[in-house]
Ligand binder design. Sequence first.
Ligand code: NAD
Length: 248
Amino acid sequence: MFSLNERVAIVTGGSRGIGRACAETLATLGATVVLTYVRGEAAALETVKAIEERGGRARAMKADVAVSAEMDAVVDATVKEFGRLDVLVANAGIAVDGLLLRLKDEDIDNLVATNLRGTIASARAAVKPMMKARYGRIVFLSSVVGEMGNVGQTAYAATKAGVIGAAKSIAREYASRNVTVNVVAPGFIDTDMTSHMTEAMKTQLLSGIPLGRTGQSAEIASAVAFLASSEASYVTGQVLRVNGGLYM
Ligand code: NAD
């Protein structure tokens, strides 16, 4: 495995699900991890505790990615306390599903504010110390549906397609500063976000997944850890699909 010793990472939405797994994996590999949360303070503190009990170093900071000033403050506080910022995992995201004809403007706006603008604003805040240090690893969380679309997910899929375009643009813009930007596009992963699925939906879904099962957060975290490592030095502007073969 890769070492992230001496590295400092921010994981947005790191209190549960895929974000928590990313925070734990990066910490296990030696990184100091700042995980952000909006509402789930107890879950965020529990994640910090779990990391510390295994000998890692972590902090929880409250910040809404949809409020750019809050992400700027997290980056400033991280650099002030730990002296650097090497890795950003822009994981925070929400899902609001609905068929096109029932999709409300408010839902579209919320999805864009968190998933797309929040991801871009997180990168904008993080890239400043990274470009100065001439080192950075930025990883965005997209989704399989951002590339293949899905019934009832027009707005969500659009935001997840959007982060791919953003990542490729930022990758081009900061390559000369040795900042890489990549995307992990998960398939269907067992988290709170997918827990509402009925058995019938799951059965239908599984028939389209060559590996025949849904994924686990730790399997996404492993891919993120690779892209966050110094070993991924020649990988930028890429989409790493971790979806059991659902979309190839
Ligand atoms: P989750 O709902 O379990 O966790 C999402 C996290 O984001 C939570 O910690 C939540 O507090 C945080 N968050 C939400 N809005 C926020 C905001 N405005 N500011 C800061 N934090 C905020 O979801 P998950 O399944 O762990 O998903 C993590 C990421 O992976 C999301 O971007 C999601 O779209 C993406 N994803 C998930 C799946 C899946 O099957 N679970 C598939 C593809 C992509």
